[in-house]
Design a protein around this ligand. Sequence first.
Ligand code: ZN
Length: 210
Amino acid sequence: MIGAFHQPQCVIADTRTLATLPDRELSAGLAEVIKYGLIRDLAFLAWLEGNMEALLARDPDALAFVIERSCINKAQVVAQDERESGVRATLNLGHTFAHAIETGTGYGTYLHGEAVAIGCCQAADLSRRLDRISADDLERIVALFRRAALPVIPPRELNARRYLDLMATDKKNRSGELRLIILQRIGQASLPVSVDRGLLEATLNEYGRN
Ligand SMILES: [Zn+2]
C-alpha cells in the first residue's frame, strides 16, 4: 500500500533464466504480457494470438520479442507518468479484482499473474456491460488467457459482497469511491473511472458464475 520509487541503474533480461521456470510461473508472467496488448497495443495482442504455442514452448525468438515489446510498452507508460498520477494507472488493468482475489484467498492459492488473468477477464466483462467492447471482444480476450494456460473464472468462495469489501482498499479509490481501469475498446485502457455499482455487481455476480 506504500508507493516507493527508486530508479534502477540498469535492467538485464536474460531469457536463459526462463529455462528452469515451471510452466505455471511462465504462464503467470504471460498474464501481464497479455495485459500490455489489452491496454495499449492491439497489434501486440494479435501477435500473441498467433504465437501463443511458440511462447509456451519457450521459443527463444518469441520470448525475446515478447519481453522487449513488454518493456517498451512499460517504459513508454512510465516515462509519461513516473509517479502514477495518470496514464500509469492503466498498468493496473484487472489488478483491483486481482488484489481482491489474492487477499481473499490468502495469498497461496493463486500466483499474482493467475489472479491478474481472472481480474482482466472481469474488467473486460465490466467493459462489455459498459458498451466499450463487444461480446466477441470479451470472448476473444478470455480465449487468449485460456490459451496461455491461465485461469479465467473467479474463485467460488469470493462472492460479490466480499469482493466489494476487498476492493474498497484499492489505492486508485478517491474519497470512498471505487475507481477502476476499464477498456475503452480492445487495445486501449481508460484512466481510473468510477463505475456504476449495479454493473460492477452484475460482473461480480454473473461473470464466470454459471
Ligand atoms: Zn501485476
